[in-house]
Design a protein around this ligand. Structure first.
Ligand code: ZN
Ligand code: ZN
Ligand code: ZN
Ligand code: ZN
Ligand code: ZN
Length: 320
């Protein structure tokens, strides 16, 4: 968008008469200069209402000119949050949402997608999470166990098809609140963990004799795409344990699980899944982010199937 000014001049008697850009006829009397050309005042018209632009100020957009009001009412985008026309500098989020610059500091961001969440859109009442969630993420949230089970079964089948077998006892999926999740994590991982693989450890005389995977627990209320990505990550941990692959360095184990998650997001191929895939790819964390990049480069070099098969048979991360 550009604001410009009209210059209105009286045509002088001269050898060559000025020609109007609008009608192509010569001009006698007043003409105006705008858009690098000259015009009969009545032929410099607004692209919206087609009436002459007589105001000294007008707007141009993609080569067309507009009255200030026509530009404001018909051309400029509106703020997604307050509906005001965005006449001056404005912001656009990852999803293409356009909004007034000042909202950036007024509204919190959705913890799952990064969209701003104005007060009227925030969750009412006590929720399982104290994090802000936008209406879009809320609409797809996984809140019930039957819903979670259906998605979970589908994901296991998908991973099976990629060469990750889960033959043994059926894995359980649990939806938990933050307090329960923190208990299950038992001090492991960061505060932003969204899921955990649940094990039972069999001890004899103070020694671990066997570790069994029970299933996975995921925070209740995650948007569906993220829920599935978290499940796939945790299914990575479950698969490693089921295959007896233990004692991998943290970067290798988390990197492997992040790789599964990232591949899942890539196959899903939606705007939202790309957002999460990008989050994994650009994660600066030395364990999750660096681990992912190292494991991915190995898997890329060997081919995913061979990589998984080597991991399964040697019980070790293939060396770089
Ligand atoms: Zn003309
Ligand atoms: Zn107009
Ligand atoms: Zn606004
Ligand atoms: Zn959101
Ligand atoms: Zn993990």
């Amino acid at each position: 968008m550009l604001r410009d000014t009209i210059v209105l001049t009286m045509s002088m008697i001269r050898s060559s008469q000025p020609i109007c850009k609008g009608c192509g006829q010569s001009i006698n009397g007043y003409y105006l200069t705008a858009l690098g050309a000259i015009w009969h005042p009545e032929h410099f018209v607004c692209a919206t209402c087609h009436r002459p632009i007589n105001d000294t100020q007008y707007y141009t957009h993609e080569g067309a000119s507009y009255h200030t009001e026509c530009y404001r009412d018909h051309v400029v985008p509106r703020c997604a949050y307050c509906g005001k026309p965005l006449m001056s500098e404005y912001l656009v989020d990852h999803w293409g949402t356009k909004y007034c610059k000042e909202h950036q500091s007024q509204y919190p961001k959705c913890a799952f997608c990064g969209r701003l969440v104005p007060p009227q859109q925030q969750d009412q009442g006590a929720q399982s999470s104290e994090r802000v969630r936008c209406p879009i993420c809320r609409a797809s949230a996984v809140e019930s166990l039957p819903q979670a089970r259906t998605l979970f079964q589908g994901l296991m089948q998908q991973l099976n098809a990629q060469g990750l077998q889960y033959n043994n006892p059926p894995l359980q999926i649990e939806l938990v609140d933050r307090v329960r999740l923190a208990q299950l994590l038992n001090g492991r991982s960061g505060a932003d963990a969204l899921g955990v693989t649940t094990h039972s450890t069999h001890m004899l005389n103070g020694q671990v004799v066997r570790t069994e995977v029970n299933g996975i627990a995921v925070l209740r209320g995650l948007p569906s795409t993220l829920f599935r990505g978290v499940c796939v990550h945790e299914l990575g941990h479950a698969w490693l344990t089921l295959q007896g692959i233990q004692g991998l360095p943290a970067w290798a184990e988390e990197g492997f699980c992040e790789l599964l998650s990232c591949r899942f997001y890539g196959e899903l191929n939606t705007g939202e899944s790309h957002h999460h895939a990008e989050g994994i790819e650009k994660n600066p964390d030395p364990v999750y982010g660096e681990g992912f990049r190292r494991v991915r480069s190995m898997a890329d070099r060997m081919g995913f199937q061979r990589f998984v098969e080597t991991l399964r048979t040697t019980k070790r991360m293939p060396s770089a």
